[in-house]
Design a protein around this ligand. Structure first.
Ligand code: UTP
Length: 286
């Protein structure tokens, strides 16, 4: 079984739910307390043993690449003022460990993943959607890697959602379950509640076999006229092992305004520096 060394971060979406904030910069640079969303996702991937990060970017997203580069002027000024550069430590990366490819048009998540096909080559790979902020110990992708070591194949992260919300997600048709691992028998993108095969929704973490790239090559469109990753994954079922892992931890949907605000509060409350003041403020207004 080949190990998973590469991760794709699709970050070429338009982020229309966050306009006007995302008019001139990437949604994935929006901060949760003092770290941008992309930092949490990259940290999670590093913890899971990923060596190569591949950003699928689009116009107006160059800030994401600059973020992981050396900020020469800033560092020179800070050093000159005797300030510590420790805060910049998480933004450092091994030279060559971050690559980026461009998705010229936002044709869908499946298309974004396919844009990374040449860098992925013939290896299994992870996909992380940075706007799903996963808080857990170990991290979500590390939990999925443990499952991958046992069963191999394709592993997607799943979460129970209220039935009335299935139309916002890809939903699995579950087979037999073994603890947190559920066999995936089928996948449907954005089903109406009455058509949904379960209330187990796919959230933004995947470990996939490279064969999915061959299927994405066909550029078939699905729900919303987009090239859907879910539809391509559905075609792998039956040809390779396919499981859903229920993540032991908390997911914040930061692509949504409410989820973003809640994530900021939840992570702030957990911090030694800002937590006490935020807690006192909430108690005061409650
Ligand atoms: P979303 O569905 O959240 O779309 O994409 P979006 O465009 O980012 O945001 P809204 O809905 O307009 O507010 C889920 C993930 O897939 C990426 C996004 O960047 C995000 O990480 N994506 C989506 C692409 O990279 N390319 C696409 O064509 C579509």
């Amino acid at each position: 079984m080949k190990s998973v060394r590469k991760a794709v971060f699709p970050v070429a979406g338009l982020g229309t739910r966050f306009l006007p904030a995302t008019k001139a910069f990437a949604k994935e640079l929006l901060p949760i307390v003092d770290r941008p969303l992309i930092q949490y996702a990259v940290d999670e991937a590093r913890e899971a043993g990923i060596k190569q990060m591949i950003f699928v970017t689009g116009r107006g997203k160059v800030g994401l690449e600059d973020y992981f580069d050396i900020a020469f002027e800033l560092e020179t000024v800070m050093r000159g003022r005797g300030k510590s550069l420790e805060m910049l430590e998480p933004t450092r990366s091994q030279p060559g460990s971050i690559a980026s490819v461009r998705q010229q048009e936002p044709l869908g998540l499946g298309h974004a993943v396919w844009c990374a096909r040449d860098i992925i080559g013939d290896e299994p790979f992870a996909v992380l959607l940075p706007d799903d902020l996963m808080v857990g110990k170990p991290g979500c992708l590390a939990q999925m890697m443990q499952a991958y070591d046992k069963v191999g194949g394709n592993i997607i992260c799943v979460q129970e959602v209220p039935r009335e919300k299935t139309a916002s997600y890809g939903v699995i048709a579950p087979g037999t379950a073994d603890g947190k691992l559920t066999e995936v028998k089928g996948l449907v993108e954005k089903p109406r509640p009455e058509d949904a095969p379960s209330n187990l929704a796919v959230v933004g973490r995947y470990i996939l076999q490279p064969e999915v790239m061959r299927i994405l090559e066909d550029k078939e469109t699905g729900a919303g006229g987009e090239i859907q990753l879910t539809d391509a994954m559905a075609k792998l079922i039956g040809t390779q092992p396919f499981h859903g892992l229920t993540f032991d931890g908390q997911r914040h949907d930061c692509g949504d305004k409410t989820g973003f605000v809640i994530a900021n509060i939840a992570l702030a409350l957990d911090r030694h520096d800002v937590g006490p003041a935020v807690r006192a403020f909430i108690a005061d207004i409650a």
